[in-house]
Design a binder for this molecule. Structure first.
Ligand SMILES: Cc1ncc(COP(=O)(O)O)c(C=O)c1O
Length: 388
């Protein structure tokens, strides 16, 4: 399907006010998403929250089908979450680690995940090893293979980091994980909606993602995928009367599906909105949307690299829609502020978000301009003019 960019922009009122290049922070919702959320809130206002939920159950349930279709799994393998971190934590803290076990991760790993590894290390004595990157900047898959021994109990990596264009070779890493039968947790927070993500092709056991970034869903939404065959190897860190049933005074029974990683209460309007956002993307086709946004980012990198004093900082053999750069003199925050005054939204990635990677590259912070398919070449020109 060819994308009708004018129509897609008409669906996106925010583009009239701003040049939104902070899609890796939170993308602009399209109107159908906003309308679905609002419609459900109106229903809650009119008849009550639980009553509205009962009436809108098909729309709520639809969200599981939409996500399952997008990432190629079964709806029973999806647990909804409040955000990517929430989903990730339900998986990670469900892993049975013991002293001496090893977790292998990548250099561009997200702060929240590494903090989780470090907490687990303090708690259980698990050891964390960073797999080196290759010359391109992506995880070195051969080095990963060499680091594997019987103590490795988890391979846990970020597919697309928060701080740049790098796309880690998730499927190649999956082949190693499968060959050695090691659990594989993929943080696909920036990847889902940005590039095609197929859990079967990647070979991951667990995957977390968020709603508000490249999926263009409402804030406060996310999900966790857990492979059916792997589900019983995880112990949900928390259970309630939604994830399990209280069956006797001394026992309970957990649900069979991935909803054992959820809890009872949801913002139903936001969940419905997420389903509409994923359906919207499925209708456009992730191959097309990804191709377009990566093309825009590539053009932006080429043009930015010609501006005196600016350095494009993206690494990796494969690059996505996140473009990062530094200036010889001006701090990233100042550039963000100056761009904001000309209605251009960008963000700043600072060292604490991906400390290992920033320290290795000796960078304190970066300007991050993250592109979506609804951005345009004219918007790139406006960015270049403002920066020049
Ligand atoms: C790579 C990566 N992982 C995880 C997260 C956390 O996502 P959330 O804020 O939805 O929990 C982010 C957010 O920026 C991210 O970039």
């Amino acid at each position: 399907m060819t994308l009708d960019i004018d129509k897609l922009r008409r669906d996106t009122p925010g583009v009239k006010n701003r040049i939104h290049l902070n899609n890796a922070g939170a993308a602009l919702m399209p109107l159908p998403v906003y309308e679905a959320v609002k419609e459900h809130l109106d229903l809650e206002l009119a008849i009550g929250g639980y009553e509205a939920h009962a009436r809108a159950r098909p729309a709520f349930e639809r969200t599981y089908d939409a996500i399952a279709k997008l990432i190629n799994c079964d709806r029973t393998e999806i647990a909804l979450a409040e955000n990517a971190t929430d989903g990730w934590q339900m998986a990670f803290y469900g892993m049975p680690f013991k002293p001496g076990d090893r977790i292998l991760t990548a250099e561009a790993e997200y702060a929240a995940n590494v903090i989780g590894y470090l907490q687990m290390a303090k708690r259980t004595g698990v050891k964390i090893d960073f797999v080196p990157s290759d010359a391109s900047g992506q995880m070195d898959v051969a080095a990963l293979e060499q680091m594997i021994d019987e103590r490795v109990k988890l391979i846990s990596i970020t597919h697309i980091p928060t701080n740049g264009g790098l796309i880690n070779p998730a499927a190649e890493i999956g082949k190693v994980a499968r060959r050695h039968d090691i659990p594989y947790l993929l943080d696909a927070c920036q990847a889902v909606g940005q590039v095609p993500v197929d859990v079967a092709a990647i070979g991951c056991d667990m995957l977390s993602a968020t709603g508000r970034k490249y999926l263009r869903g409402p804030r406060g939404t996310g999900f966790l995928y857990v492979r059916q065959g792997f589900m019983d190897k995880l112990e949900p860190p928390f259970l309630d009367m939604h994830s399990a049933k209280w069956t006797s005074l001394t026992d309970y029974k957990m649900r069979d599906d991935a909803r054992r990683f959820e809890n009872w209460e949801f913002n139903a309007a936001a969940v419905i909105g997420l389903g509409v956002a994923v359906d919207y993307l499925n209708a456009l086709g992730i191959k097309e949307t990804s191709h377009r946004l990566r093309g825009l980012a590539k053009t932006a990198r080429e043009k930015l690299s010609k501006i005196r004093g600016l350095t494009v900082q993206d690494i990796g053999a494969e690059q996505g829609g996140i473009v990062t750069f530094t200036h010889d003199e001006k701090p990233a925050e100042e550039i963000k502020k100056l761009l904001s005054e000309t209605t251009i939204n960008v963000s700043v990635s600072s060292a604490s978000s991906t400390l290992y990677d920033f320290q290795k590259r000796d960078i304190d912070d970066l300007v991050r301009a993250s592109f979506h398919y609804y951005n345009t070449e004219d918007e790139i020109e406006a960015l270049i003019t403002a920066l020049s």
